[in-house]
Write a protein that binds this ligand. Structure first.
Ligand code: PLP
Length: 284
């Protein structure tokens, strides 16, 4: 069954979708993206993803190709056309096609492309058993706060993790964890405090991160936004990650050492449940 995808104003079967070989997304990774999860055919945290999209575009001096209303309509149309009950909508905007030049083109029409992926997100075997991670040096560029499509290093780091038989890599800069390859990273200290790195250009400001921290504070959990080292993580009671498609996912092992008792922890599981409940209510 072919999916219907959206490219520059048209809904087309995926095999008929076309983008220029001169597209700067292809030649320079000159583009940004967002991933919005879908629950019961509805969009989770759409407003947050839209806000971050505007920010990413602004940081790269790239134009928004359509109105916010139009973008919402496209998301909804794709969910409907592809009958997605659970899964995600991927959106990508690039600076568009121009003859290859390091200078941004004076005039280029942005490329807007979206597709869906149907998959089960609530019922996750990984969340049930907990993820095993290794730590690797964070060799990404210094503007990780912009959600660009240049994902080669995170992809390499995830491959290294895969080759070592684990699920993901946590990236480490100057001894402290920045984030996972495609998620934000947290620990729960022995006194029950949730610690996650503070926002800066070192990490992506996860939309799920914001929602999860809000849930945690509403549940009277103590939260500290600050860097934590790998050693502190190894001494933690629990660890977990968050992302739009992973929600909250327990982390049970770091570099071959069990975190806590090596089982998904109660704080992570409580937050996962609270976030899913909130998302089911608030999705649009
Ligand atoms: N950090 C990185 C590097 C990511 O790639 C992602 C998601 O793709 C996140 C964090 C989590 O962000 P969000 O919760 O908005 O999905």
């Amino acid at each position: 069954m072919e999916r219907t995808v959206y490219v520059n104003g048209n809904y087309v079967p995926e095999s008929e979708a076309r983008i220029s070989v001169f597209d700067r997304g292809f030649l320079f990774a000159d583009g940004v993206y967002e991933v919005t999860s879908v629950l019961n055919g509805k969009l989770v945290d759409f407003a947050g993803h839209l806000r971050r999209l505007h920010r990413s575009l602004g940081e790269l001096k790239m134009a928004m190709p359509c109105s916010d209303d139009e973008l919402l309509k496209i998301h909804r149309a794709l969910v409907e056309k592809n009958a997605v009950s659970e899964g995600l909508v991927y959106l990508q905007i690039t600076r568009g096609a121009a003859d290859r030049d390091f200078l941004f083109p004076a005039q280029a029409t942005p490329t807007l492309m979206l597709f869906t992926q149907a998959r089960s997100v609530i019922d996750s075997p990984l969340a049930k058993r907990g993820a095993r991670v290794i730590t690797v040096e964070d060799l990404r560029w210094g503007r990780r706060d912009i959600k660009t499509v240049q994902l080669l290093y995170p992809s390499m780091a995830k491959m290294i993790a895969h080759e070592r038989g684990v699920d993901d890599a946590w990236l480490v800069k100057d001894g402290a964890v920045t984030e996972g390859t495609s998620n934000n990273a947290y620990i729960v200290t022995q006194d029950g405090t949730i610690v996650t790195r503070d926002l800066s250009s070192d990490i992506l400001a996860g939309i799920t991160r914001a929602a999860v921290l809000k849930c945690a504070r509403e549940l009277q959990m103590k939260v500290e936004e600050r860097p934590f080292t790998v050693e502190e993580a190894l001494r933690a009671r629990e660890a977990f990650s968050s992302s739009a498609t992973g929600f909250v996912c327990p982390v049970v092992e770091i570099d071959g050492t069990a975190v806590g008792d090596g089982q998904p922890g109660p704080v992570a599981m409580r937050l996962r449940q609270a976030y899913i409940e909130e998302s089911l209510k608030a999705a649009i």
